[in-house]
Design a protein around this ligand. Structure first.
Ligand SMILES: *[C@@H]1O[C@H](CO)[C@@H](O)[C@H](O)[C@H]1NC(C)=O
Ligand SMILES: *[C@@H]1O[C@H](CO)[C@@H](O)[C@H](O)[C@H]1NC(C)=O
Ligand SMILES: *[C@@H]1O[C@H](CO)[C@@H](O)[C@H](O)[C@H]1NC(C)=O
Ligand SMILES: *[C@@H]1O[C@H](CO)[C@@H](O)[C@H](O)[C@H]1NC(C)=O
Ligand SMILES: *[C@@H]1O[C@H](CO)[C@@H](O)[C@H](O)[C@H]1NC(C)=O
Ligand SMILES: *[C@@H]1O[C@H](CO)[C@@H](O)[C@H](O)[C@H]1NC(C)=O
Length: 457
């Protein structure tokens, strides 16, 4: 207690303005993200590396006593008075027994407590001491990064599918998984499938109704009509559902099962009609699996979710697999599916810039090989309402030719805020295009934008 009071008086004068996300805290030039979720050490480290909205970060680096003390105080307010500890980036190699920080810096300062026999270190909130917990123990955690190195307005994650590490060859037959939450209105599900262009695609179908306490097997069909009649016999049915807003969606299990199946051809893709969030945060395994199978995961997500806690995780899954996450009213699912890659479903350009406030970024250039009509999908942030967005504009232009185009979402002037995405068809000549995004958000949070162009072959 004495420690806390002492530190709180010293905190005055510290500012968090140097950090790109207003939710992060600066301590002596480093930024720290406090994650109020309990995960294992490895899952926490994966989150910091791959899922932190500000970009790549490490599990927290604690270089000195002052930082250790400040972290304990901030953690107390971020995680609540019941929280006991949080993971930091220090671990011991089980074989050589040497200590190392997740960011690779040398271990010069330590602040050990009395339980240091295991390999992964957590900091105790009551006294700022470092004790070990077990490999499978779960704890809150803190990520850290150097804001000077991670300039967020410039950072761009280009998500391309990883090169073949398996016998996965694209170009053969494809299967589409059409999966829908049991929490949705049955009419919405039927109508959305009917209004999609899937009936005219040369694909097989996998169908799954999820968010049921008794998971169903995925059903496989070779024709659209068979798939349609199966869905009409397996409409959402409230009396079979979770009946509970705290239950997390099991949609990630369905996606995992789909790509686990060795019968699922390479290049198969997923369209989810979602109503509920999962309660899990760790998607690194599933992202790796989708990429290895050259898959793509897309969501039509309800603006009025029926339960679950992790509102970001499905957005991140679509971002990391070149897909689209479109939030809208349930009654607009059947029109919004136009901007989900079903007919044009081969990404030629998938960039996920992080933006904040008002500004402009030059994105990587786009190469178009064939003159054709392409689907452009733009999602401007992971959440609604979008009343923090004035305008987002995307420009493509070849400086030495007349090939140029523009697509914008002037959200403030439209005046409705319960959707996050839009799309169009763009007729593009074969060329290399400079791509620029101009944006104007009224808040200073870091938002993740999905910029995608898809071709039909
Ligand atoms: C955690 O990750 C490390 C490095 O990838 C691995 O060696 C270790 O086996 C993992 N531990 C657990 C419990 O999964
Ligand atoms: C459908 O796809 C299969 C497998 O890629 C291919 O052999 C077949 O010719 C295609 N049919 C049409 C009508 O395009
Ligand atoms: C919903 O499920 C219940 C329980 O299995 C069943 O009795 C009922 O017929 C179902 N309703 C519809 C419309 O299918
Ligand atoms: C749903 O939960 C409520 C409250 O727990 C319970 O009274 C009701 O019987 C449940 N309904 C179903 C269909 O399980
Ligand atoms: C997918 O396969 C992995 C490894 O074989 C297994 O651990 C996992 O439970 C499977 N997932 C599902 C949903 O069946
Ligand atoms: C277009 O991109 C090229 C290469 O990135 C760059 O040299 C050029 O200045 C850009 N042109 C414009 C008008 O932005």
């Amino acid at each position: 207690m004495v420690l806390k009071l002492l530190i709180l008086t010293k905190l005055v004068g510290l500012s968090s303005s140097a950090c790109p996300s207003s939710k992060d805290q600066e301590i002596k030039g480093l930024c720290f993200t406090f994650m109020p979720y309990q995960l294992t050490y490895n899952a926490s480290r994966n989150y910091c590396h791959h899922n932190n909205p500000v970009g790549f970060s490490n599990l927290a680096y604690v270089p000195d006593k002052e930082t250790s003390n400040y972290l304990a105080v901030y953690a107390h307010s971020a995680f609540g008075s019941a929280a006991e500890n949080f993971w930091i980036g220090l671990s011991r190699d089980p074989v050589s027994k040497s200590l190392s920080w997740d960011n690779g810096f040398p271990v010069t300062y330590t602040n050990f407590g009395s339980h240091v026999g295991k390999n992964y270190f957590s900091e105790k909130i009551s006294n700022a001491k470092w004790d070990t917990l077990g490999d499978n123990d779960k704890s809150y955690f803190v990520c850290s990064y150097d804001p000077a190195v991670k300039s967020t307005t410039q950072s761009v994650t280009k998500t391309t599918t990883t090169p073949d590490s398996s016998n996965c060859q694209v170009g053969g037959p494809q299967t589409v998984l059409f999966a829908y939450s049991n929490d949705l209105n049955p009419f919405i599900v039927m109508d959305t499938l009917q209004r999609s262009s899937l009936d005219s695609q040369n694909v097989s179908f996998a169908i799954s109704r999820f968010d049921l306490p008794q998971p169903e097997d995925i059903a496989y069909f070779t024709t659209y009509n068979q798939a349609m009649s199966y869905v009409s016999l397996h409409k959402p049915n409230v009396s079979l559902g979770f009946n509970d807003t705290t239950r997390g969606s099991n949609v990630l299990d369905v996606i995992d099962m789909f790509y686990n199946n060795t019968q699922t051809p390479c290049g198969s893709f997923v369209i989810v009609l979602s109503k509920r969030y999962p309660n899990t945060l760790d998607i690194s395994n599933i992202v790796a699996k989708v990429r290895q199978r050259h898959g793509m995961v897309n969501f039509l997500a309800s603006n009025t979710p029926s339960g679950g806690t992790q509102s970001r995780v499905l957005y991140d899954l679509s971002s990391q697999t070149n897909g689209v996450y479109a939030i809208t009213r349930d009654t607009s699912f059947s029109s919004t599916i136009d901007y989900i890659p079903t007919r044009e479903r081969y990404p030629i350009y998938a960039v996920t810039p992080r933006v904040s406030g008002e500004g402009s970024q030059i994105l990587p250039p786009m190469t178009v090989l064939v003159h054709a009509s392409y689907l452009l999908s733009l999602s401007i942030q992971s959440h609604v309402p979008t009343n923090n967005v004035k305008d987002v504009e995307l420009y493509w232009r070849n400086p030495s030719s007349t090939n140029t185009g523009y697509f914008g979402m002037p959200v403030a002037s439209w005046g409705f805020f319960d959707f996050n995405s839009d799309g169009t068809h763009a007729n593009l000549a074969a060329d290399v295009y400079n791509i620029t995004i101009n944006y104007d958000y009224t808040n200073s949070d870091v938002e993740v934008v999905q910029v995608r162009f898809y071709s039909s072959s």
